[in-house]
Design a protein. Structure first.
Lengths: 191, 132
C-alpha cells in the first residue's frame, strides 16, 4: 500500500444520527470475490468473510453511540492501483442501533481513536455524534472501558484485515481524543 | 412564496445532510400515478382521478449535484394540490423521511402523503464525469 492511499480496498460504513448522515471509511487489506459478500485477506495470511468482519467491528462500536444513531449498511470498494478509481464491489444492510446511555454532549461531537500500526504508521477511526457524558478528556490505555478494549481487540486482531492508509496492521493503542466538530457545528446551525 | 401544508420530517426538520449523500428522491402516492418532471419540478396526476394533480417543486440548489449541505425542512419549495379546472393551489400536508434503501444500499429522501401505496423513484443528478 502506498502512503495515504486507500488502495487496495476499504470499507465505507453508512450511519446516521438524529442530526445528519455520516460515512466512516476504514482501510482494509485486499478484498476478493467469493461467497455472499467476498472475503478480506487477513494479517494471519488467511481470509475472513467481509460481512463477518465488518459486522463484528460495527457491533462493538454500538456502545459508543446513543440509540438514535443507526448503522444503515456498508459498501466494500477496491482499487486496481493507487491512482485507480474506487469501485464498489459488495454491500450489505446492517440495521444496527447504538446502545450507549451516555449523557450529553452528543451533538456534533467527534471521537478519534488513534493507534500505531505494525509498520509504524498511524491508524485512525473517527466517530461522529458520539455520547461524551460531559467530558472531553482524552482516554489513554489505563482509562479504557471494557467496551473500548473489546473494540480495540477486534480492530487489532490479525485474524481480521483492518489496515491503515499507510499500510500496517493497527496494533498499539495511543488514545481516544474528543472534540466538537466545527464543520458539524456549522451544519447543525449551532454557531 | 412557498406553498405547502403541514410538513413533518424524520429524523428531524433540521436533519442536515450533504447533497452528495442523497442518491434519489422517492414519492409515495397511490397506484397508477403519472409523474412527469423537469429537473426538480414534478407534476403528479392521480392514478384514479385524472383531474387531481400534485405539484412538487424542489429548490434548484438542492436538485443540482453539489457538496453543499441542506436540511430536510429546507429543500421543498412547493407541495400543493390542483383540481382541474381550478388554478388555485391547495396546500397539501406531507411527510419527508431520510431513509436507507435496503435493496440498493443508498440514502434517499422520501416524500409521502397519507394513504400512499406505491413508491415512485427518481434519481438525483449525480457527480458529473469525468470528475478530476
Amino acid at each position: 500500500m502506498t502512503e495515504g492511499s486507500l488502495y487496495p480496498s476499504f470499507v465505507e460504513i453508512d450511519y446516521h444520527s438524529a442530526y445528519a448522515p455520516h460515512k466512516m471509511t476504514i482501510p482494509t487489506k485486499q478484498w476478493n470475490s467469493g461467497g455472499d459478500y467476498g472475503d478480506f485477506e487477513t494479517w494471519a495470511a488467511g481470509a475472513i468473510p467481509a460481512d463477518e468482519m465488518v459486522e463484528a467491528l460495527v457491533t462493538l462500536m454500538l456502545p459508543f453511540f446513543r440509540s438514535d444513531v443507526s448503522f444503515d449498511g456498508f459498501t466494500v470498494f477496491t482499487m486496481a492501483s493507487v491512482d485507480a478509481p474506487a469501485i464498489p464491489r459488495t454491500a450489505k444492510v446492517l440495521g444496527l442501533d447504538g446502545t450507549s446511555t451516555g449523557t450529553a454532549p452528543w451533538k456534533a461531537t467527534q471521537a478519534t481513536w488513534s493507534a500505531k500500526t505494525t509498520s509504524g504508521s498511524l491508524a485512525k477511526i473517527v466517530m461522529l455524534d458520539v455520547a461524551l457524558s460531559g467530558s472531553f478528556e482524552r482516554l489513554t490505555f489505563s482509562s479504557l472501558t471494557p467496551a473500548a478494549t473489546a473494540f480495540l481487540d477486534e480492530w487489532f486482531a490479525d485474524t481480521n484485515g483492518w489496515s491503515a492508509r499507510i499500510d500496517g496492521k493497527p496494533d498499539f493503542f495511543l488514545q481516544i481524543a474528543y472534540t466538537m466538530n466545527e464543520k458539524l457545528r456549522r451544519e447543525y446551525h449551532m454557531t | 412564496m412557498a406553498v405547502y401544508g403541514s410538513m413533518v420530517c424524520h429524523p428531524a426538520g433540521q436533519f442536515s445532510f450533504p447533497r452528495a449523500y442523497a442518491a434519489r428522491v422517492v414519492f409515495g402516492f397511490g397506484a397508477g400515478a403519472i409523474i412527469t418532471h423537469t429537473d426538480g419540478d414534478f407534476f403528479i396526476t392521480d392514478g384514479t382521478n385524472p383531474i387531481v394533480h400534485v405539484v412538487c417543486n424542489l429548490k434548484d440548489n438542492f436538485w443540482a449535484y453539489s457538496s453543499n449541505g441542506y436540511s430536510l425542512d429546507w429543500i421543498l419549495k412547493d407541495w400543493y394540490l390542483l383540481t382541474d379546472p381550478s388554478p388555485t393551489p391547495i396546500p397539501l400536508n406531507l411527510t419527508i423521511d431520510w431513509q436507507y434503501d435496503t435493496t440498493d444500499f443508498v440514502w434517499e429522501i422520501f416524500f409521502w402523503i397519507s394513504g400512499w401505496t406505491n413508491r415512485y423513484v427518481f434519481d438525483l443528478p449525480g457527480e458529473w464525469q469525468p470528475h478530476t
